[in-house]
Design a protein around this ligand. Structure first.
Ligand SMILES: *Cc1c(COP(=O)(O)O)cnc(C)c1O
Length: 416
């Protein structure tokens, strides 16, 4: 079905699906490693790219293709490349678009392993990188060098929730002759379409919102133009970062409900963020839907909604966060995000532990920051859960006890 003219929720249900001979309503799992050629000439034509078809599952597979076509259409790109994981997508992007001597400028508060892979591994192959606050355009301008080939942006960023103006930084990067890649995981294609705003490539950890059920790890890349799409596909095929058909089937199932999941979770997130702002134990709330967020107006322009990721800090700093995480009952203490279940985690000791304390500080978050991914449970239950956890944490807090019996308590230093 041609779905180009349809609205996003219709696209989520129908884009990418091709009817097969059985009339199957859903794309089946083509659980095969290889595909028979009709004859020698057919095999040769497929390898030469003169005919469209399937050769071998690492190169392409109908179930994986359905997912690639669907997300490519949601992102308004020319083609999608599904990968084994979000990191598989990021590795493919670095491999395809950088080389020894090239320089990359990136958002400082990116997903930890995106930075680790660049600074610990690609650096060994002679790729240079620099990490700046891309929500500040002047920092991006200053960081660009003659050999900068890639501007790598994550927005909203992880876990600081900073928002980068994709349109503005793309114009600067393009004037400099460098490509722009956006990690769109936190927004999902339902809320933000970076290719429409000027980026050349968009990628996702589909593990998060796109699949949405915490039962698959996967990634996807979408390119705006064919020549970049071909370079990316070649890097994925040669490095073996491919998705598998069963993964693709599950992600296709999750994707259909992306719209209703995001709508519900972001409604709850707004309510929870407003509630958190009023709690005496909470010293700061970072949610892009709040007027107090420094890039709230930009997010309103650039995105179709504010999503369901909240970061907050407690008066009790690191210890307060640890106590809270041990007391939640409805939310689950686990990394990852964007699923139907609410998750809570501590970036400094978990997702961002591989980044040095100095770099975490420079990236703009303290060791006391807690990340909260709002799911689709009843919002009243989530708020009651946080309230009881804050109470239980205060009762256990050694600071509270010390406060009450002596005036010489030493404040725990917090990095902000
Ligand atoms: C989780 C995540 C990744 C990595 O994805 P995996 O599927 O875990 O490999 C990359 N970027 C962001 C923003 C993420 O949240």
């Amino acid at each position: 079905m041609d779905t180009k003219h349809l609205g996003i929720n219709s696209k989520l249900i129908h884009a990418g699906h091709k009817a097969d001979a059985t009339g199957s309503v859903n794309t089946p799992i083509y659980q095969t490693s290889t595909f028979a050629f009709r004859n020698a000439a057919h095999g040769a034509a497929l390898f030469a790219g003169e005919e469209d078809g399937f050769i071998y599952t690492r190169i392409g597979n109908p179930t994986i293709r359905a997912l690639e076509d669907s997300v490519a259409e949601l992102e308004n790109g020319c083609g999608g490349i599904a990968t084994s994981s979000g990191m598989g997508a990021i590795c493919t992007v670095y491999l395809a678009l950088l080389e020894a001597g090239a320089h990359m400028v990136s958002t400082a508060s990116v997903y930890g392993p995106s930075r680790g892979l660049m600074e610990k591994d690609f650096a060994r192959f002679g790729v240079q990188s620099m990490y700046v606050d891309t929500s500040d355009v002047t920092q991006v301008e200053k960081a660009l060098r003659p050999n900068t080939k890639l501007l790598y942006v994550e927005t909203p960023s992880n876990p600081t929730m900073q928002v980068t103006d994709i349109d503005q930084v793309s114009a600067i990067a393009h004037a400099h002759g460098c490509l722009v890649v956006v990690d769109n995981t936190f927004a999902s294609p339902y809320l933000q379409q970076p290719l429409e705003l000027g980026a050349d490539v968009v990628l996702h950890s589909v593990t998060k919102f796109i699949n949405g059920h915490a039962d698959v790890v996967g990634g996807i890349i979408v390119a705006k133009e064919t020549d970049i799409y071909k370079r990316l596909r070649k890097a994925m095929v040669n490095s073996g970062c491919n998705m598998d058909p069963h993964q693709a089937f599950l992600v296709l199932r999750g994707l259909k409900t992306l719209g209703i999941r995001v709508e519900r979770a972001q409604r709850s997130a707004m309510e929870i963020a407003r509630w958190l702002e009023k709690q005496p134990e909470v010293s700061a709330v970072r949610y892009i839907g709040l007027e107090s967020h420094p890039q709230h107006e930009l997010a309103k322009r650039q995105m179709k909604g504010f999503g369901s990721m909240i970061s907050f800090e407690l008066e009790g700093g690191l210890e307060g966060g640890r106590l809270l995480m041990n007391q939640v009952r409805v939310a689950t203490l686990a990394v990852s995000l964007g699923g139907v279940e609410t998750l809570i985690e501590h970036p400094a000791s978990m997702t961002h532990a591989s980044i040095s304390p100095e770099d975490r500080h420079l990236a703009g978050f303290s060791d006391g920051l807690v990340r909260y991914s709002v799911g689709i449970e009843d919002v009243e239950d989530l708020i009651a859960d946080l309230r009881q956890a804050l109470d239980a944490a205060s009762a256990e807090s050694p600071q509270r006890t010390r406060n009450s019996d002596t005036s010489t308590m030493v404040e725990e230093p917090t990095l902000v």
